[in-house]
Design a protein around this ligand. Structure first.
Ligand code: PMP
Ligand code: GLN
Length: 407
């Protein structure tokens, strides 16, 4: 008897479960503190919660317009003007989506033909690989390498014994481009490394994208979560780049409502129209009563945005210090919810195995970095922890982690 053909198509076969779902389920099963999947354990601002419940009780419960409600598109335009001096037409240059995830998928599916290449950095956020595969396109990844202070590309011990930051090799980036490059898929601030791309780095990416006539799709969901005074620089603000850039963000991280899945994309009208053509057949629309609430929240005063980043910076410092004290090698993170560590100094060479055992061993869940990479060997012992949790939860996690002694 011949084997039945698998139900799942070959393009999606490598993507049957996500590491976030796996590790969150393990955390729930074991009662561990979940520093794996990145979501805050407190609610966002009262204003957004009240506005959503008012909208539900006020009857905003039917389909919103396909591109998103006008008030939210106007609020996104005002936000981009206020923070980045970008001028957008809310009618033609902005599209509201079901989270950044749908914006990413719709853009890639809209712009890529099978065989096109997408240049992206690794480690990469997991939905990138799946969306590229769905489109029949191919990913060309460029490695972000841990880089100690004062060193060049390769990792070695920094003067003070601590590793810091992640960087890419410009030559490797240039070599990833070809005449089949259709898109560059950028993420800054970057999950999982916490890297905030510098202006010089963005300029290099912009120059290569322009030379190869590629569109830049930039995922900026952590735009307001940067630390140490480091600015987030949107790719669309670089000279000439607004014409070839699709900028993506969402309400999830900025307003601590990751379950709402209200996102958006903006760019030149022709690119937005292309993404809209696909988006309308993925979800058509979503989150009717949540859209006016996000519109209201985007207008929150500067104090809200600066407090958000300052609080998270404190949490980063708390967890990073605890991880270092527990014996991990800790890489610097300048943004996002995440810090990457190396578990090798503790005698753990396999991050996947460690993350599978960590909840049982000490009651903390984390995610292995190698699952975000094509080159799994180079990141084998690296583990990502999320610090977007209440201080007392982080303190308890640090306490538990201190029990993970060198074997
Ligand atoms: N991009 C990155 C880099 C992320 O970390 C996430 C995680 N939430 C997303 C996109 C997805 O955003 P959303 O929940 O708005 O779909
Ligand atoms: N962005 C979150 C993270 O990196 C997870 C989102 C998800 O579960 N897909 O942890």
């Amino acid at each position: 008897m011949s084997e039945r053909r698998p139900y799942l198509n070959a393009r999606m076969a490598p993507f049957t479960s996500t590491i976030f779902a796996e590790m969150s389920a393990l955390a729930v099963r074991t009662g561990a503190i979940n520093l794996g999947q990145g979501f805050p354990d407190t609610d966002g601002p009262q204003l957004i919660l009240d506005a959503a419940s008012e909208a539900i009780h006020g009857g905003a419960n039917q389909y919103p317009p396909g591109p998103g409600i006008p008030a939210l598109r106007v609020a996104v335009a005002e936000h981009q003007k206020r923070f980045y001096s970008l001028d957008l037409d809310p009618d033609t240059e902005i599209l509201i989506t079901a989270g950044a995830t749908e914006a990413i998928a719709a853009t890639i599916l809209a712009l890529c033909e099978p065989g096109d290449e997408v240049v992206t950095f690794e480690p990469y956020y997991d939905s990138y690989a799946a969306s590229i595969a769905l489109a029949g396109a191919e990913r060309r990844t460029v490695r972000l390498r841990p880089r100690p202070a004062g060193a060049t590309w390769e990792r070695d011990d920094a003067a003070d014994g601590r590793a810091v930051g992640f960087q890419f090799d410009p030559d490797e980036l240039a070599a990833a481009f070809s005449d089949r490059t259709r898109l560059v898929l950028l993420n800054t601030p970057h999950n999982p490394t916490g890297k905030v791309f510098s202006r010089d780095e963005l300029e290099l990416i912009a120059r290569l994208a322009t030379e190869h006539d590629a569109v830049v799709v930039t995922d900026e969901v952590y735009e307001h979560l940067t630390f140490d005074g480091r600015p987030h620089i949107p790719m669309a603000t670089l000279p000439g780049m607004a014409d070839r850039t699709v900028t993506i963000s969402s309400a999830g991280k900025t307003f601590s409502v990751t379950g709402w899945k209200i996102g958006w994309l903006h760019g030149p009208a022709e690119l937005v129209a292309a993404a809209r053509a696909v988006k309308q057949f993925l979800t058509y629309v979503s989150g009717g009563p949540l859209q006016p609430a996000v519109a209201a929240a985007l207008g929150l005063d500067d104090a809200f945005y600066t407090t958000l980043a300052a609080d998270l910076q404190r949490k980063r410092d708390l967890l990073s210090a605890g991880l270092r004290a527990a014996g991990f090698d800790v890489f610097a993170t300048s943004g996002t919810y995440f810090v990457i560590t190396d578990a090798a100094p503790l005698g753990f060479d396999d991050g996947i195995e460690l993350c599978q055992r960590l909840p049982e061993l000490i009651g903390v869940a984390a995610v292995p970095v190698s699952v975000f990479c094509d080159d799994k060997d180079s990141t084998r012992s690296l583990v990502r922890f999320a610090y977007c949790k209440r201080d007392e939860v982080l303190r308890e996690a640090v306490d538990r982690l201190s029990g993970l002694s060198v074997r």
